[in-house]
Design a protein around this ligand. Structure first.
Ligand code: PAZ
Length: 321
């Protein structure tokens, strides 16, 4: 048992999760993209300079209830934190693998309307559709920055939907990124399901109503962060996140996660204040990071990423690379 009262995840449990998961679509294609990205970024970093690559995970995983999925369990995560952080990491000179939930926030798009996106356009001229002047600056920036990062080979976007896809992709990214050693970082901001329906016990077809209340048994998702630290990418710098709705237990849970998973830092945040402040929990200190409240558009991710980049530099230096 760990100090959270949970049974410690064994490697056998993790293997059994992967063995019973539905195979990842285009696994070979994803491996090639990740390896090419890492190879290009490590060879373009220059002599004596280790390439800094961060894997930012973003958005929530779904838990399908049927193999031919009609219904699923989801969570609140918008992917806003992951998307904003990606922009700041790119600005700080990192290359980013952005592992995001399909349909959630994208880097450089936070100022564009999503509801409805068509508000961006002006169709008053019958012959041509134009970007509405009030969004012209933001649309131009989104296109330019996104294109420059992707085409410049510094941003690789990979999407997931289910818990099965997310964990399989995280594992293959982690084992590839370990080759970069201490200059690689994991920033695990995705909201990952704690419970799931094992594939082999799942209904194949749509669950039928009419036979009374639905009784589904959910298994616990094996705790993969400790596997990432111990097995998949032990050389890399790893930051995990802890979200709670009860501020009274937040810090205690974050401290336990730091100790149990042996990550380098845990970013603790509370649901209702997560856009205003976070607390970075380290072994010997806890640092409150707040957004600049004098600027309406300021985001907490800017000072957060700046702090993490500093800590990462110290880690690289300490590791002697
Ligand atoms: O995606 P978002 O911007 O709406 O929210 C970010 C967050 C709260 C999902 C993230 O900061 C976080 O805490 N992720 C880990 C959640 C967890 O404890 O599993």
């Amino acid at each position: 048992m760990d100090d959270d009262g949970q049974i410690e995840t064994s490697l056998a449990e993790i293997q059994s999760f992967f063995d019973s998961a539905p195979p990842l679509k285009d696994r070979e294609g994803i491996i090639t993209k990740v390896q090419d990205f890492i190879h290009k970024n490590s060879s373009s970093s220059g002599i004596g300079k280790a390439a800094r690559v961060v894997c930012v995970t973003s958005g929530g995983t779904t838990v399908p209830l049927e193999q031919r999925c009609v219904r699923y369990i989801d969570n609140f995560s918008s992917g806003r934190r992951g998307a904003a952080s990606t922009e700041y990491f790119l600005e700080a000179g990192y290359s980013v693998i952005f592992l995001y939930r399909s349909g959630t926030c994208q880097p450089y798009c936070s100022t564009l309307p999503d509801d409805p996106f068509l508000n961006c356009f002006d169709a008053s001229d019958d012959t041509a559709i134009q970007v509405h002047p009030s969004f012209a600056k933001e649309v131009k920036r989104a296109i330019k920055e996104n294109r420059a990062a992707v085409l410049g080979g510094r941003l690789l976007k990979l999407s997931f939907t289910t818990i099965f896809e997310y964990l399989q992709m995280l594992q293959l990214i982690a084992t590839s990124m370990n080759t970069l050693g201490p200059s690689a970082m994991f920033y695990l901001a995705a909201a990952v399901s704690d419970f799931y329906v094992p594939w082999e016990t799942m209904n194949v077809h749509k669950i039928q109503s009419g036979s009374g209340p639905l009784d589904i048994s959910l298994a616990q998702v094996p705790k993969m962060i400790s596997a990432l630290r111990r097995e998949w990418a032990p050389l890399t710098f790893c930051i995990s996140f802890k979200l709670e709705t009860d501020s009274k237990i937040l810090l205690e849970k974050a401290r336990r996660a730091l100790k149990k998973n042996k990550v380098h830092l845990v970013v603790a945040n509370e649901l209702s204040t997560r856009k205003e402040e976070v607390i970075v929990v380290a072994e010997n200190e806890e640092i409150v990071v707040r957004r600049n409240q004098s600027k309406a558009e300021a985001e907490v991710e800017r000072p957060l990423v700046a702090l993490l980049v500093d800590r990462h530099s110290a880690y690289i230096k300490h590791s002697g690379s």
